[in-house]
Design a binder for this molecule. Structure first.
Ligand code: FES
Ligand code: MG
Length: 579
């Protein structure tokens, strides 16, 4: 007999009654060989699995689920594993972001409609973490995140290479004529040589760190490599802990507070995290009605140095971060410098963030740098506004070139991604190192899906001259593994009537990161006239299906790109009987 839960287990609404309904709910479950006593008031723990062979980063999740299951049994719960839509960053077209909200709906309705008292969220590849947290938050039941963990360090020609980051680097080297296509291709197998997510501080690692910083996972969840046995111990312990959480009724809303998000914003700066976190944290917060504004990223994040020296901003990889002490070591260093905004924030193990990390050992000052020797003095995501981005834009300073963060240059305009591809290799393209590459129609509605195309590759002729970075501006996102002085998430996007739409070749643009300003140097009258004369671009094709739902309902980047009708928490009240 399990200890008395703090509030009645919702699963008992299915399995607890001696009548026709109880008969049906239990009987069909019994076809899996489940004995009577498993239905006797035990917490039923959902294991929400984003396993898929098409999401290679999550392809080892059945093994992780098995270890969660063992922990649930050990603690006296009953595990039920269920699949949800799996957002694989590498394969899914037009972009995994297009289906993040779809997956969140799947998660939410799977939880609410089923006899589940608490849930373990198996997340890995970029969008799977926010999708799972968004869906679970809208139900607000006890939940714990178990991440799949990063791949081992990539190895190529005797060097460590990082997921994604090396692709951008080598591709530029090919275009500049420094290496052959054969050499480029030979890095493929060495980059991805074990199970797990990208080993750089890309979006997957960033979101795993966010999950840990928010308090939604056990300590060390973010960095233990996917193939390290300790990852499976963590899965087991998470399985044990979620049973207690079900009994304690420790729901997500008690963990995911405004304080938790403020902590996460600081941690993102300290780790040199992905710009995608700005969108995903907003979307998760939106499911619980927690206010989170773009300006919070500067007002709260500003002054937090980047101390984690990982690619793409720095030198090392996630495996190194774990051996250096993992995220707990980073949090300890931040806490000792008074940089943890809310050390008392509650985490899933029932302890505060600070209690969990205050004695965390730090083994390597190169990987987790002392505050006095940061990688970047101020790692806060830069939020930009101005007549070119009335509702904001973002830039990641740790991935940018300091000399370009204050810049004035003339625009080279691409109407969309296809236009960019058709123009960028043209030797006659009028462009120099001071130009600003500006791309339109790659935002949430315009692409659709806001693909990671914002880190436009540079013109080959400039690469050949040794140019390594230029200011780039778009309404797109970029991969967390990418780098450069790249202004992203311009809102409103061109396809939603944003001012990007009226920029022309040769216009002067000013970027001022310190001042938070992105300015198109034309006067208001000229701007109004251009809007007036703007030839309506053919709207995205109405093809029906999910794509149409997406275009009609997706919110802009500053609002987290959730669907308008998904905002808020709808709770986990047990729905009516099915028969
Ligand atoms: Fe899946 Fe990077 S592509 S984590
Ligand atoms: Mg990515």
């Amino acid at each position: 007999m399990s200890p008395t839960p703090k509030r009645p287990l919702r699963s008992q609404e299915w399995f607890g009654s001696a009548d026709k309904n109880g008969f049906m709910y239990r009987s069909w479950m019994k076809n899996q060989g489940i004995p009577d006593h498993e239905f006797q008031g035990k917490p039923i723990i959902g294991i929400c699995n984003t396993w898929s062979e098409l999401t290679p980063c999550n392809a080892h999740f059945r093994k992780i689920a098995e270890h969660v299951r063992r922990g649930v049994f050990e603690a006296g719960g009953f595990p039920v594993e269920f699949p949800v839509f799996s957002n694989g960053e590498s394969n899914l077209r037009p972009t995994a972001m297009f289906t993040r909200n779809l997956a969140s709906i799947d998660v939410e309705e799977s939880i609410r409609g089923n006899p589940i008292d608490a849930v373990v969220l198996l997340a890995g590849c970029d969008k799977t973490t926010p999708a799972l947290l968004m869906g679970a938050a809208s139900c607000d039941i006890p939940a714990i995140v178990v991440s799949g963990g990063p791949m081992l360090n990539g190895k190529h020609q005797g060097k460590d290479i990082g997921s994604g980051t090396v692709v951008w680097q080598l591709h530029e080297a090919v275009k500049a004529g420094h290496i052959s296509m054969h050499e480029f291709m030979s890095a493929e197998a060495g980059m991805s040589r074990s199970a797990g997510t990208c080993n750089t501080m890309g979006t997957a690692s960033t979101m795993a760190c966010m999950a840990e910083a928010l308090g939604t996972s056990l300590p060390h969840n973010a960095a233990i490599p996917a193939v390290d046995a300790r990852r499976y111990v963590l899965a087991h312990m998470s399985g044990m802990r979620i049973v207690e959480m079900a009994l304690e009724d420790l729901r997500l809303s008690k963990i995911l507070t405004r304080e938790a998000f403020e902590n996460a914003i600081r941690v993102n700066a300290a780790i040199g995290g992905s710009t995608n976190a700005v969108i995903h944290l907003k979307a998760i917060a939106g499911r619980l009605g927690i206010p989170l504004e773009l300006e919070d990223w500067t007002s709260i994040g500003r002054g937090t140095p980047t101390i984690v020296d990982l690619m793409p901003s720095g030198r090392f990889l996630m495996e190194d971060l774990y051996y250096a002490g993992g995220l707990p070591a980073v949090l300890r260093r931040m806490g000792e410098a008074d940089l943890l905004r809310h050390p008392g924030a509650l985490t899933v193990n029932g302890k505060s963030l600070w209690e969990n990390v205050r004695e965390a050992p730090i083994y390597n000052d190169e990987v987790i740098r002392p505050l006095a020797k940061p990688l970047i003095e101020d790692g806060a995501i830069c939020i930009l506004r101005g007549n070119l981005a009335p509702r904001g834009a973002v830039l990641k300073p740790s991935a940018a070139s300091p000399h370009l963060m204050q810049h004035r240059g003339q625009a080279v305009v691409f109407e969309d991604f296809d236009h960019y591809k058709s123009r960028i290799n043209d030797p006659d393209l009028e462009v120099d190192a001071n130009s600003v590459l500006l791309m339109k129609n790659c935002g949430p509605k315009g692409y659709p899906g806001m693909a990671e195309v914002g880190n436009m590759g540079l013109p080959p002729k400039l690469l050949a001259q040794g140019v390594t970075d230029m200011v780039r501006i778009s309404d797109a996102r970029m991969s967390g593994t990418a780098y450069g002085t790249v202004v992203l998430h311009v809102a409103p996007e061109a396809a939603a009537g944003g001012p990007l739409a009226i920029v022309r070749d040769g216009d002067w643009i000013e970027l001022d990161c310190a001042g938070g300003r992105l300015h198109l140097e034309i006067d208001e009258a000229e701007m109004a006239a251009r809007f007036e004369n703007l030839q309506a671009r053919k709207p995205p094709e109405r093809t029906g299906g999910y794509r149409e739902l997406y275009i009609d309902h997706v919110l802009q980047a500053d609002q987290g790109c959730d669907f308008d009708f998904l905002l808020g928490c709808r709770g986990a009240e047990v729905p009516r009987h099915s028969h």
